[in-house]
Ligand binder design. Structure first.
Ligand code: AR6
Length: 202
C-alpha cells in the first residue's frame, strides 16, 4: 500500500523519460468500433492496405519487410524501384500494389531507428500520419499496421503502441471526419507487442 503510483514516480522524475507520460484520452465509441488488434502474420490479411516497416531504399530487407516482399513476389520490388527510385524518407510513406498478396496495396513507411523518445517520437508519429493520409488518398478503407520500428529499429514496445494508438485515434476523430477509414487493424507478432497493445488500447 505504501508503494508510490507510476504517475507519482514519473512526476517526481524517478522514471526515465521513455515512460509514457499520460494515459491516452478515451476515444469516442465510434472510433473504438473501427479499431482491431490481431496477432498474426500480416501477409495473410485481405485488406485494402497493409503497412510495411520498410527501409529508406525500399529494396526489401529482413523482418516484416522481408516477409512482405517474399509473399508479394518480385513484382513488388520492381514497382518500388520504378515508382520511387529515390526511396522513401524516414517518417514518410508511399503506396504500391499488393502483387501476389491478398492485400490490395502495400503502404511502405520508414520508421526511425530508436535513439530517444525526444528524437524518435515525432518521426514515428509522422509515419502513422503519413500512412493514414496515404490510405485515404487511395481509397483504402481497411488498413493493417505492423509495429513500425519495434523490431530491429529498437523502439520500445509500450511507447510505440502508445504513439500508434494516439495518432490513429486523433486521425479518426479529427481528420477522417467523413469516415473514409472503416477499419484500422494493429497487427502484433511477438509477446512484448501483444502486451503493449493490451495495456494501451483499453
Ligand atoms: N507479420 C507481422 N508482424 C511482423 C512480421 C510478420 N510477418 N514479421 C515481423 N513482424 P521489423 P523495424 C513484427 O524489424 O523495426 C527490416 O530489415 C516484428 O515483431 O520488421 O521497423 C527493414 O528492411 C516487429 O514488431 O521492422 C528495415 O531495414 C515489427 O514487425 C528494418 O528492418 C517490425 O519489426 C526496419 O525495422
Amino acid at each position: 500500500d505504501d508503494l508510490p503510483t507510476i504517475g507519482a514516480l514519473y512526476s517526481s522524475g524517478q522514471l526515465p523519460s521513455e515512460t509514457p507520460t499520460a494515459p491516452l484520452r478515451k476515444p469516442s465509441q465510434d472510433v473504438n468500433r473501427r479499431v482491431s488488434l490481431v496477432r498474426t502474420d500480416i501477409t495473410s490479411l485481405a485488406v485494402d492496405a497493409i503497412v510495411n516497416a520498410a527501409k529508406n531504399s525500399l529494396r526489401g530487407g529482413g523482418g516484416v519487410d522481408g516477409a512482405i516482399h517474399r509473399a508479394a513476389g518480385p513484382g513488388l520490388v520492381r514497382e518500388c524501384l520504378a515508382r520511387y527510385p529515390d526511396g522513401c524518407d524516414t517518417g514518410d510513406a508511399v503506396i504500391t500494389a499488393g502483387h501476389n498478396l491478398p492485400a490490395r496495396n502495400v503502404i511502405h513507411t520508414v520508421g526511425p531507428i530508436y535513439q530517444s523518445q525526444a528524437a524518435s517520437e515525432p518521426l514515428l508519429r509522422s509515419c502513422y500520419q503519413a500512412c493514414l493520409r496515404t490510405a485515404v488518398e487511395n481509397d483504402c478503407a481497411t488498413i493493417a499496421f505492423s509495429g513500425i520500428s519495434t523490431g530491429v529499429y529498437g523502439y520500445p514496445a509500450d511507447n510505440a503502441a502508445h504513439v500508434a494508438c494516439s495518432v490513429v485515434r486523433d486521425f479518426l476523430e479529427q481528420q477522417d471526419t467523413e469516415g473514409k477509414i472503416q477499419r484500422v487493424i494493429f497487427v502484433t507478432f511477438l509477446d512484448k507487442d501483444v502486451n503493449a497493445y493490451n495495456s494501451v488500447l483499453p
